[in-house]
Design a protein around this ligand. Structure first.
Ligand code: C2E
Ligand code: MG
Ligand code: MG
Ligand code: MG
Length: 276
């Protein structure tokens, strides 16, 4: 049954595979080699402090560059990686790469920023997640307060287990963000019990900021976050009107094409150099 569901998922995401026979298998085979052949890369999108207009942090976003397929979007291959279990080593690579890179920026004397990474559901419920992250932090010697982990609302659906995992992660000293907030299942009761640092307002709410109802939703989410002692991040910020509204609404951190697309590490370094 799970396999069937996975296939359906894949058909939704894997647009280009529709024309292939056995597309799933093919993608799987190619993905197995992606890690060892160094076809994966991590880009970083700046997150701006709304008050100071300086870089608060960057979100690591994975890319897969394959000879045969070209650039494959994470929305296409992450679901397949989830299904096959490849997400575990890939996810570990993402965390290690982000931590290593952040430490390198710090060692170059750039002003310290937070790097966030997206966790997939399988990774989040992996029994040795805490040990692995702890080991990576020790190995890279990154101060845990400069690593942030993003999970989505729906990943926290097994609330009691999720609270245990999040509490353990917080003990390591890392930060936690709820991604795509407002789009999934959410219980305010659990939200209150979760040790969360940041709420990321989903792009869909930011997109329609000219619509009164959506403004109300954003204003409400910001108030909710602040009441729960969280900072609020808006994602998908594209226009100066959105920036103006979000600043006025006291949104703490802004992320989106208005400021920058995801960039390679060199370009982030340039940006950091110019602001210090
Ligand atoms: P997300 O975590 O919600 O990431 C935000 C997505 O919105 C990114 O797409 C980013 O490039 C895009 N974006 C940023 N600013 C704007 C904007 O102003 N306008 C628009 N239209 N889009 C914007 P991307 O990089 O294609 O990633 C898509 C999703 O794939 C991510 O959504 C995340 O769920 C997943 N993903 C990416 N990297 C990883 C990873 O390393 N591990 C896992 N498990 N998932 C990942
Ligand atoms: Mg994210
Ligand atoms: Mg998001
Ligand atoms: Mg999103």
């Amino acid at each position: 049954h799970a396999k069937r569901q996975g296939k359906n998922n894949f058909q939704i995401y894997g647009s280009y595979v529709r024309g292939m026979t056995n597309g799933n298998l093919k993608l799987e085979t190619l993905m197995h080699k992606a890690l060892e052949q160094q076809e994966l890369l991590l880009l970083y999108q700046p997150q701006m402090d709304a008050k100071t207009n300086t870089i608060y942090g960057v979100e690591g976003l994975i890319r897969w560059n394959n000879d045969e397929l070209g650039m494959v979007s994470p929305q296409e291959f992450i679901p397949v990686a989830e299904e096959t279990g490849l997400i575990v080593p890939i996810g570990e690579w993402v965390i290690r790469t982000a931590c290593k890179q952040n430490k390198e920026w710090q060692q170059k004397g750039l002003s310290p920023i937070v790097v966030s990474v997206n966790l997939s559901i399988r990774q989040f419920y992996q029994s040795d997640l805490i040990e692995k992250i702890d080991a990576i932090l020790k190995e890279t010697q990154l101060d845990p307060c400069f690593l942030e982990l993003e999970i989505t609302e729906s990943m926290a659906m097994h609330a009691d287990t999720a609270i245990v995992i999040l509490t353990e992660l917080k003990k390591l000293g890392v930060k936690i963000a709820i991604d795509d907030f407002g789009t999934g299942y959410s219980s305010l009761n659990y939200l209150k019990r979760f040790p969360i640092d940041h709420l990321k307002v989903d792009r869909s709410f930011v997109k329609d900021i000219q619509v009164d109802d959506d403004r109300d939703i954003i204003t409400t989410i910001i108030a909710l976050g602040h009441n729960l002692k969280m900072k609020v991040i808006a994602e998908g910020v594209e226009t100066k009107e959105q920036v103006a509204f979000l600043k006025k609404a006291k949104c703490d951190i802004l992320q989106g094409y208005y400021y920058s697309k995801p960039l390679d590490s060199k370009m982030i370094e340039e940006m950091l150099l110019h602001q210090s």
